[in-house]
Design a protein around this ligand. Structure first.
Ligand SMILES: [Zn+2]
Length: 103
């Protein structure tokens, strides 16, 4: 099931058809660019706006739409709400004397 209940802007009419068209265009593969180069390539089930409501843009053109896998879509849309994901740094270890100071 798609979760589209929290969008700031409504999806355009015929979104289901647009979505399918974009997924087909991208071969049902995630287009997210990896740091290592090339797209993610995982099976995609999400169509996302490259630039969207978060940037104040309401562009539903094909050029602004791309397919993403669930994971990358969550990464992108969950960025603001992911403060909990920040790992705490490990506890500071007790200071050890520098070996050069031990004698
Ligand atoms: Zn992906």
């Amino acid at each position: 099931m798609a979760s589209q209940g929290r969008r700031a802007t409504p999806l355009p009419k015929g979104w289901a058809r647009i979505r399918t068209r974009i997924l087909k265009r991208d071969g049902w593969r995630c287009r997210w660019p990896l740091a290592a180069g090339g797209p993610c390539g995982e099976p995609a089930n999400q169509v996302d706006h490259r630039v969207g409501a978060a940037q104040g843009v309401d562009d539903h053109s094909d050029e602004n739409l791309w397919s993403l896998c669930q994971w990358h879509h969550d990464q992108k849309t969950g960025r603001e709400a992911s403060a909990v994901a920040h790992a705490k740094p490990p506890k500071a270890r007790p200071a050890e004397a520098h070996p050069g100071l031990i004698n």
